[in-house]
Design a protein around this ligand. Sequence first.
Ligand code: CS2
Ligand code: MN
Length: 356
Amino acid sequence: MKMVFRWWPNGDDTVTLAQIRQIPGVSGVATMLSNVPAGEVWTPKMIQSVKNQVNDAGLEMEVIESVNIHEDIKKGLSTRDQYISNYIETMKNLHEAGVKCICYNFMPVMDWFRSQLDKPLRDGSGAMAYDHNYASNLTLQNIIDSMMNGSNKMTLPGWEPERFPAMAKDIEFYQGVSQEEYFKNIAYFLNAVMPYAEEYDIDFGVHPDDPPWPLFKLPKVVCSAESIRKYLNLNSSKRNGLTLCTGSLGANSENDIPAMAKEFAAMGRVPFVHLRNVKHTSEKDFHESSHLSTDGDLDMYAIVKALHDNGFDGYIRPDHGRRIWDENSRPGYGLYDRALGAMYIQGLWEAVSKSK
Ligand code: CS2
Ligand code: MN
């Protein structure tokens, strides 16, 4: 297991590599070139310049989160082949820079969504929260505005501004796309890319939908054990794997996260894990909590144990943290609470491995 920490280059992060280097046990970062629009090639020069910064700080750059998928690929348009070949070229360039794992998602139009980016919790911290009734009645423009207003002027992952102009039209487009058709577009992408994932030794981990239920009547992709099985079966390469994001999947209380960790790790299909906890206030309303089991609804010990006992040997990162100690950062991505999370996860891992 290798512990990594998410970090953005080009001054788009309040957390520095030097700070990350001082978190015990963290060997590298999960990073991305957020300034390159989805669909364009990441050139060797661009990649190398980020890699140099990371390596100079004494950290590794083996995980990329994310190489985003161009919407034309998701829509299955004839223009997708060009974007897929660009994607493959990016994979080759990343491989040459020593990258071993790519996290990505196949959510149509938008990535994760929260109705509140800084909900005050009882202990005085702030956390991202989701209110289903409120979210279901928002217009797209409300959502974009609220995500932007709460972003502390940084790019929210998956909410890169280049996506906004087309969002309304894209939502309309997908109203005519069935779940089955959407999965055909995924299969087309996977079948084109997986042979290169094999050739370049890159593990792919698809990130679950967050929240794991439909918004704006868009097709849903990865939200339950059943949909994960379906996704993994679309292409049988072992490189076609899952980013097990416990907080995203855990937002649906019907998902048994330790059972999922067990099943998919035992298949060797979990290259990357996002560990975080969520606390439900009703069936579909929740806020993010500290990583600690007793602060949320997930049994983090059971999840770590299931990974450990089923041969998991990939990358783990703490996921969204609360805003604590007056930190001013990108929502969910401050230094302090995620560093606490990294230490807690490593404590669980050490205890589980030494109890064997
Ligand atoms: C999410 C996503 O895990 C997360 O932090 O907020 O933005 C995630 O990075 C992407 O969906 C992965 O492609
Ligand atoms: Mn995640």
